[in-house]
Design a protein around this ligand. Sequence first.
Ligand SMILES: [Zn+2]
Ligand SMILES: [Zn+2]
Ligand SMILES: [Zn+2]
Length: 156
Amino acid sequence: MTAQSRPVPGDKDRLAEIHLQIGSRLAGQDHRYTSGRRQLVDVLAHAGQPMTLPDIVAADRNLAQSSAYRNLDVLVRCGAIRKISTGGDHAHFELAEPLLGHHHHLICTSCGAIEDIHLDSDVELLVDQSLTAIASQSGFTPIHHSLDLHGHCADC
Ligand SMILES: [Zn+2]
Ligand SMILES: [Zn+2]
Ligand SMILES: [Zn+2]
C-alpha cells in the first residue's frame, strides 16, 4: 500500500471537468450549482485528503458553517460528494469516487483521522477478483467495492 497525492490539485482542466460533471448532476435533480457549492468543491478538490466540516470552513474564510453544511448535504445527496462516517465527532467529506478515482482509506479509531490510500494496480485487481469470486458464490452481482482499514494512526 502506498499513500499517493490525488490527481486533482493544480490541474485546472481536471477541476473544470469536475465542476462540469457536478453541475449536470445537480441540474438533473433540479438543484442549482451555486457559488457556495462550487467553493465547497474547490476546497475539497484542492485538499488532497478527506475533510471535516470544520476543516472545510477553516480552509475558506468565505464559507459560513451553516450554509456550508446545507450545501454539503445537497452535494452528498446528489452523489457529487461522499460522506465518510468514522464514528468520531465529525464526518469526513471528499469528492465522490467517479470524480476522484477509486481508492481506500485508513481510518483511525482513536482520533477519527482518515487517510486516502491507493493499492498497486495488480493488488487492486486481485482484491476485486477475489471479492467478485466470493460474491458469485452467493449469486450476488457486484457493482463496486469499498474497503477501509480501521486501526490507530501514527499519532495515536
Ligand atoms: Zn489517530
Ligand atoms: Zn478518500
Ligand atoms: Zn479497491
